[in-house]
Design a binder for this molecule. Sequence first.
Ligand code: NAI
Length: 390
Amino acid sequence: MISSLFRRSSLAGSHARLSVASNRGFRSDLYGTNNWNWTKKDDLAYLRAMEYFEPRPPTVKIAVTGSSGNIGYALLFRIASGEMFGKNQRVQIHIFDIPPMIEKVKGVAMELYDCAFPTCEGILVTDDIERAFADIDVALLVGSKPRGPGMERGDLLRDNGKIFQSQGQALNKCARKSVKVVVVGNPVNTNCLILANNAPDIPLSSFCAMTRLDHDRGLAQIAKKAQCGITDVEKFCIWGNHSPTMFPDLSNATIYGRPALEVLRDVNKDEDIDKWYRSEFIPAVQQRGAAIIQARGASSAASAANACLMCARDWEKGTNGGWTSMAVACNKEYGITPGLFFSYPVVCGNEGVKIVDDLPAFDSFAQEKINATEKELLSEKDAVASMLPN
Ligand code: NAI
């Protein structure tokens, strides 16, 4: 079942307008009019005139899967309100979910519609993945099958692998070749590997698996311990898999531009900070998802949605030289087996996502952590080898 709701302009209309790349921000029906002398007659004409005088960037089309789920619900309204790409950036949202959830998703779309967000140009609700991915600029792949009772990790990998295999093929066929893809559904690194491998016409650099939530969780813990602001903490990162083997690494981190561990020692004079780092901080970040489930009775949703939003925003708008963490296609950086999607410290800018290079060699503690998370990713890759045709 497929339904669609559009506001202001239909997708078909937008497609026609978008086809003239250089005019994508203009309304063609305004050319040749006497808008310079125009006086306000009605609101629509006023809006059109404003678009003529103040052209806005081309509309961005964003597909979100798993839209009826907890993260989807926390994510969609923020995208529509302009929090992802700014208040001057119109968006069209393609909301995808599986057929049993489509009625629920229609309800979500009705609520989105009722918010009357000026930045939300159109909403498409569909259970057809090719329609969802048609001509999109950004894909946020949240939907995945949760782990059921008695389900082995291998079963979870294979079941979700099938979802990401078909989504990769659909992306390859229908999305813009410049699409940026953020995978959120778990097991996120390996889902992303399967997805990218099944979309051979889209560059590997267009895919990432989300480790931003782990990164932000780490930042918040450091700032609390150092009694400083979040933005005082820099060069923190997550290495490896989005799983309890991830390595939240403080060895390059700074606070107020000084080595973070040094500042932490100054602020917590009576505490063994190396011990805190190894036996409290790292496990706390690794196990934060489980701790939230235990406290809330449900998995992280608003914070995961926020991380997804920030990841896509930073990828598009850049990090101004600052570090963030993203699991990206590895090409032997820091000795990791090529072909894995591995979380690295990255900087986003005009040239896309760049892995931070030339960091000092890992000490034996860090190397052990890196080896463990790499080993886990390699075993996940082995389990889904039949879904990696390329
Ligand atoms: P949820 O259970 O509330 O929603 C799951 C969504 O996936 C639903 O919309 C459902 O219809 C959809 N879905 C189920 N089977 C599907 C299929 N075969 N194809 C496509 N979509 C399907 O889950 P929630 O809380 O929204 O989490 C979504 C995913 O995000 C989960 O895999 C979760 O583990 C993961 N996650 C990832 C985080 C990260 O940091 N990378 C953090 C938190 C969650």
